[in-house]
Write a protein that binds this ligand. Structure first.
Ligand code: MG
Ligand code: ZN
Length: 212
């Protein structure tokens, strides 16, 4: 191996180690406070915010939410309607959250039972940045077309999946059961939930799995 390659590999490895270290630190802190935590990923328009609102509404627990967005506070305001304590992180030009941003904000969530993180709308790089949550959930909407799971295999590894907007499936000619099959092909351990976050269909099942 050339010297340059060796250096590159070791830089990459140490980056990976530091991400993992931060993520472990976050999880340890949350667990020590008895807080269950979930990182919600998915494309822009998949329905992350609506789903989070539904989850908050169906819980009898004190819920905190970190809402990440590039510049606006639209999602923060929407989620606050559900009664959760919401902290906004504006990432400006950054297309994902990283663990350090979460770590910095944990002091805002001392008195909650559940912490939900709405990641930046993006199906690609958030996967590479673990945020120390108990579970990672990827929300996929049938409106993203039939190939969205197949095209993002790295995002499907190590997560559970919500196929959302199933009320539009027929119209979109995208079949939730097919998306589910695609998920299980990549990640046989994944739990897959079919929801319509708008009217709440399927959300109870998801919530009992998360809280179980
Ligand atoms: Mg949103
Ligand atoms: Zn990114």
């Amino acid at each position: 191996m050339k010297k340059k390659e060796k250096i590159l590999i070791s830089v990459e490895k140490s980056l990976l180690d530091s991400k993992r270290e931060v993520s472990l630190k976050i999880n340890k802190k949350l667990r020590s406070r008895n807080i269950k935590s979930f990182d919600v990923m998915g494309s822009v328009g998949a329905g992350k915010t609506t789903l989070i609102k539904r989850i908050v509404e169906s819980l009898n627990n004190r819920v905190g939410v970190i809402a990440a967005d590039l510049t606006t506070t639209i999602d923060k305001e929407r989620i606050e309607e559900s009664g959760a304590k919401v902290v906004q992180i504006n990432t400006v030009k950054m297309c994902h959250l990283d663990g350090n941003l979460i770590l910095e904000n944990l002091e805002n969530f001392k008195d909650v039972d559940v912490l939900l993180i709405e990641n930046v709308g993006n199906l690609i790089c958030p996967a590479e940045f673990p945020l120390g949550c108990d579970k990672r959930i990827v929300v996929i909407s049938v409106t993203e077309g039939p190939y969205t799971v197949k095209k993002h295999p790295y995002t499907i590894i190590g997560v559970d999946v919500v196929v959302n907007k199933i009320d539009l499936a027929q119209r979109m000619e995208v079949f939730p059961e097919e998306l589910k099959k695609d998920v299980l092909m990549i990640n046989p351990k994944a739990k897959v939930f079919l929801t319509n976050a708008k009217n709440g269909d399927g959300v109870d099942e998801l919530v009992s799995y998360l809280m179980g």
